[in-house]
Design a protein around this ligand. Structure first.
Ligand SMILES: [Zn+2]
Length: 81
């Protein structure tokens, strides 16, 4: 299961987000201060996944889904085949 690690640019809090559904849209916010200014941290789990199918890495895309908040979608190569 893909786990992404994020660091809050606002307060420096480090937290993990587990993506159960690859196509699920999730709202990513810092659990501490609620900021959406996040930096993605490359963790071990990502390195393992990156060595999978064709060496393609899961991609996290963000878009705004409603005013004032953004949604993130995780795309895993090969998962939709
Ligand atoms: Zn924060």
């Amino acid at each position: 299961m893909p786990i992404f690690e994020f660091r809050c640019l606002q307060c420096g809090n480090l937290f993990e987000k587990l993506f159960i559904n690859p196509k699920e849209e999730v709202e990513l916010k810092c659990p501490e201060c609620g900021s959406e200014s996040l930096d993605r941290v490359i963790s071990k789990a990502n390195a393992v996944m990156g060595s999978g199918k064709g060496g393609k890495k899961p991609r996290l895309t963000s878009k705004s889904c409603s005013p004032g908040s953004s949604c993130h979608t995780l795309e895993i190569p090969g998962a939709g085949d």
